[in-house]
Ligand binder design. Structure first.
Ligand code: OGA
Ligand code: MN
Length: 268
């Protein structure tokens, strides 16, 4: 009998992340296909959870006042709310203009180069970069840049549309920039904080110009029937899904991969 158990903890999520990179290249879905898929019916049964639960994603975001001033509505949002109701997820292919998206991309990379983004953490393990390899920086609600304000206005308009159409009672949104360097990923997880189910909708907005499927870096969304759907991080694409229902992972890419991850929250 050894005096202590020297077996290192296994990193299942990481093993899964790096075991077989060839698994990560699947048939690239065409933009139209993504839209069609988002409108197909998938029953929302609870998936079996045998995976990493994301206990703490970075630091807590600063509190944000409830904003009911934005009342903008578009038919794209109508489609998004319908798809969310039926499927629990959807992709909006042009959430912001190209100019606005480029401004966010430029700012994100400049902040990254200035080392303003910090390595993200998973749970209490501050060195778990094998499970989660991105660096992040929260938007500060009272100190938004012009481009962050434009993005936030649009997200708030979407949040208001979701409240109006789906009665979700979403009181605010927290957002952060994320940069994944080449080879970095995020193991399969659920976006919920330990002892806190305030996150209802996860939204990820992508900032990467001229992204090719061969660059990798898809967000792999696991569906209720155990199949999955890969969303490539192309500039202008917004992915929405129910935070508590969909496990997902970020596959490694061959180039820098930038996004804005957001969570629309209910009162905890
Ligand atoms: C997250 C996450 C996905 C992405 O930050 O929780 O899953 O595509 N991000 O950046
Ligand atoms: Mn996530």
């Amino acid at each position: 009998m050894p005096a202590f158990d020297a077996t290192p903890p296994t990193l299942d999520g990481f093993d899964q992340l790096v075991a077989d990179p060839s698994e990560y290249s699947i048939e690239p879905p065409a933009e139209e296909q993504i839209k069609r898929d988002a409108c197909l019916e998938h029953p929302l049964i609870e998936a079996e959870i045998e995976l990493l639960i994301d206990c703490l994603i970075g630091d807590a975001a600063p509190d944000e006042a409830i904003d009911v001033s934005t009342n903008f509505r578009s038919s794209e949002f109508d489609i998004a709310t319908s798809a969310l109701t039926v499927n629990g997820w959807c992709v909006v292919s042009t959430f912001l203009s190209q100019t606005q998206t480029q401004a966010l991309s430029t700012e994100c990379m400049a902040m990254h180069d200035a080392q303003l983004l910090k390595p993200a953490r998973v749970g209490a393990n501050r060195a778990a970069t094998l499970l989660r390899g991105d660096s992040t920086r929260w938007f500060q609600p009272d100190a938004l840049s012009i481009q962050q304000q434009a993005f936030t206005d649009r997200i708030e308009a979407l949040r208001n549309a979701l409240n109006r159409d789906l009665f979700l009672g979403l009181v605010d949104t927290e957002s952060h920039y994320a940069v994944y360097r080449p080879g970095a990923g995020y193991a399969r997880h659920l976006d919920c904080l330990r002892n806190n189910d305030s996150r209802v909708i996860s939204a990820v907005f992508y900032l990467n110009e001229a992204w090719q499927d061969a660059d990798g870096g898809a967000l792999r969304l696991y569906l209720a029937d155990q199949s999955y759907h890969d969303v490539f991080p192309r500039a202008g694409t917004l992915l929405l899904f129910l935070s508590a229902q969909f496990e997902h992972e970020v596959l490694p890419a061959t180039r820098d991969r930038m996004s804005i991850a957001c969570w629309m929250r209910q009162r905890a």
